[in-house]
Design a protein around this ligand. Structure first.
Ligand code: NAD
Length: 377
């Protein structure tokens, strides 16, 4: 019996090796069961959304929290924000199990970390949930403008995608203009639709696909108003259309063994998270001569806004910071070429360098070194 306990202990510490802190939150009164995973706070306090999902078991929930929080460390480094990687998951069905009381309780756990963890919406949670959370803690971001937040993050995210397409066009075609080219856009949701509008305005031709008919009709009307052209294609056809750039703005894992052979584009630049099904697909794309813009560099605009909110919301400043995605991608493309590595690997190395440099600076003792930027804290 004793031996088993020892083994389990080792298993759990092996699992969380590489993470600074993992917090289990349990409140039988509200039914809250949550895990907060803080991966690395070298760059600043942990930042990451809270996901609510009906995980089959605690192991699955823990694995998701660990994986997502680790990803946030590089995302924060890429976005050049003073935050580290973290994430929380709440075990439960967002349609059935969610209550305001549960989110207020969750917020008390967040507050108990005293600024080591900032959070906001993710899959299965909404701004309304975090308006409840805000009653218990100030360590919340990405809240509505009416509550002093910065509002809809898909606006800077889509702007960042446009800057990323411009940088990619410059690298591939020699100039960064958006017009006169054809784009295949997968998903016309909050981000994809805005990117499509921007491209049409620049005189681009689009192939588009979405599972919702009304957005397809709407973007066709937009083309009549703004210029450019729109051709609607089926969900499976979007990979093989004759376009210059593929713009995935729907779901993850769309770059895989089935889809990559179909692609005829010169580049892939989109907002969707985790586009590569496996790490090896970065090399498969490179071997095919397709330039891949690492997703977490491209879609950093929303994260930039969410982090910036704590300085007091300012759309102009967010846009300025988001613009840096253009230069950042060009540098990554150049480094990948020089070192003969994939663009994904070049992006990862750039982020790791940012973290290492900060770790070195952290060794220097200075009283009150960190800016007191949290306007609510
Ligand atoms: P959204 O839910 O508003 O839009 C997704 C769109 O994709 C919807 O219109 C949906 O109908 C469509 N879609 C779903 N399945 C499809 C399929 N099989 N084929 C074609 N279309 C399909 O989401 P969003 O906020 O626009 O985000 C899009 C992607 O970008 C997601 O992967 C998201 O994680 C990522 N992202 C978004 C933000 C942000 O600020 N919103 C920030 C970073 C990353």
């Amino acid at each position: 019996m004793k031996q088993l306990a020892k083994k389990n202990e080792q298993d759990i510490f092996q699992k969380i090796a590489g993470h600074e802190q993992v917090v289990f939150c349990n409140d039988p009164i509200t039914g809250l069961q949550a895990i907060i995973a803080i991966h690395d706070t070298t760059l600043g306090p942990g930042l990451g959304g809270t996901r609510m999902y009906p995980y089959e078991n605690v192991d699955d929930a823990l694995e998701d929290a660990l994986r997502l929080s680790e990803g946030m460390t590089y995302k924060c480094a890429a976005a050049d924000i003073d935050f580290g990687g973290a994430k929380a998951v709440i075990i439960g069905d967002p349609d059935k199990d969610k209550t305001p009381a549960m989110f207020r309780k969750f917020a008390q756990y967040v507050d108990s970390l005293n600024g080591r963890f900032y959070t906001g919406t993710d899959m299965g949670t909404t701004m309304d949930d975090f308006v409840q959370a805000l009653k218990e803690t100030n360590f919340i971001n990405g809240i509505p403008e009416a509550y002093g937040g910065s509002g809809d993050s898909s606006i800077p995210t889509s702007q960042g995608v446009v800057y990323a397409i411009q940088a990619t066009n410059k690298h591939v075609f020699g100039d960064d203009s958006l017009g006169g080219k054809t784009y295949a856009i997968q998903g016309l949701g909050k981000v994809g639709y805005k990117v499509a509008e921007h491209l049409l305005q620049a005189g681009a031709d689009l192939f588009v696909t979405d599972i919702h008919e009304h957005v397809l009709e709407s973007i066709q009307d937009k083309a009549k108003e703004l210029g450019g052209s729109v051709t609607v294609v089926g969900s499976d056809e979007i990979y093989s259309v004759d376009a210059d750039v593929f713009v995935p703005c729907a779901m993850g894992a769309v770059l895989n063994d089935e889809t990559i052979p179909q692609l005829t584009v010169k580049a892939v630049v989109g907002s969707a998270n985790n586009q590569l099904k496996a790490k090896t697909h970065a090399q498969v794309l490179a071997d095919k001569g397709i330039l891949y813009a690492p997703d977490y560099i491209v879609n950093a605009g929303g994260l930039i806004q969410v982090a910036d909110e704590l300085y007091e919301p300012n759309k102009e400043r967010v846009l300025l910071k988001t613009k840096a995605i253009y230069d950042s991608l060009l540098e990554i493309y150049e480094q990948a070429k020089l070192a003969d590595i994939t663009t994904e690997e070049a992006a990862n190395r750039k982020c790791q360098q940012t973290i290492d440099e900060q770790r070195n600076r952290n060794n220097f003792f200075a009283r009150d070194r960190r800016p007191k930027w949290n306007i609510r804290g």
